[in-house]
Design a protein around this ligand. Structure first.
Ligand code: PGA
Length: 248
């Protein structure tokens, strides 16, 4: 049985007090989360404060991005060892907003993936098609290509989490239907099967307008193992409800 995972991607939101308040409220509800693993990914500048706030609770800490180098002249960047030292266990890699606005490609995703693993961080590798690609019937091809290139020369699949996030569903209020999500999760499971005997253990999250009222149906799909939540992760009540919908 795969341990379900619900990750809150706060993106570029929250000021210090809001970040601490949100983390506090979520940590306070941890008893209701059963076996579901809960992860908070605040902006870099609040990692330390959030780490202190959730200390002693089972809530985990992750970052939203990293660079593929350990240290050096890379102004404005944050490295995997820094994240580790700030208390992170996870890091989101290749989010569609990084790909869209900051030039992230399958190649940089691949470099970051290797570095995250070497540093002992669990990468959450994001992939998904745009609306145009879906409408052109290219979803499977796009996702398979992102998978093949993103995981190039990689063998430690048991150490990663994958997030399927159709770009057209992110922040738009348009969720993939449960069967649309399952179809791609199943494809990803098949791709994993070609790579590792552990394919059944690897968690595949869905992301894109996950809300309290659609979480139960999505998590009911065989290959949906949790969520990467954006907008709804900024409201403690909504996020907690989403997590509760995943508790077995
Ligand atoms: P959303 O974002 O839940 O606001 O659609 C999801 C994500 O970008 O991870």
């Amino acid at each position: 049985m795969r341990t379900r995972l619900v990750a809150g991607n706060w993106k570029m939101n929250t000021l210090a007090d809001e970040a601490i308040g949100l983390a506090k409220a979520i940590a306070k509800s941890a008893k209701a989360f059963g076996k579901t693993e809960v992860l908070l990914c605040p902006p870099f500048v609040w990692l330390k404060q959030v780490a202190e706030t959730i200390k002693g609770s089972p809530i985990r800490l992750g970052a939203q991005n990293m660079i593929w180098e350990d240290a050096g002249a890379f102004t404005g960047e944050i490295s995997a060892p820094m994240l580790k030292s700030a208390g992170c266990q996870y890091v989101i890699i290749g989010h569609s907003e990084r790909r869209q606005f900051f030039g992230e490609t399958d190649l940089t995703v691949n470099m970051k993936l290797h570095k995250a693993i070497k540093t002992g961080l669990t990468p959450i590798i994001c992939l998904g098609e745009s609306l145009q690609e879906r409408e052109a019937g290219q979803t499977e091809r796009v996702v398979s290509t992102q998978f093949a290139n993103g995981f190039k020369d990689f063998g430690q699949f048991e150490r990663v989490v994958i997030a399927y996030e159709p770009v057209w569903a992110i922040g738009t209020g348009k969720t993939a239907t449960a069967s649309q999500a399952q179809e791609i999760h199943q494809l990803l499971r098949r791709l994993l099967q070609e790579k590792t005997a552990e394919y059944a253990q690897i968690r595949i999250l869905y992301g894109g307008s996950v809300k309290p009222d659609n979480a139960a149906e999505l998590i009911g799909q065989e290959d949906v193992d949790g969520f990467l939540v954006g907008g709804a992760s900024l409201k403690a009540k909504d996020f907690i409800e989403i997590v509760k919908a995943t508790v077995i």
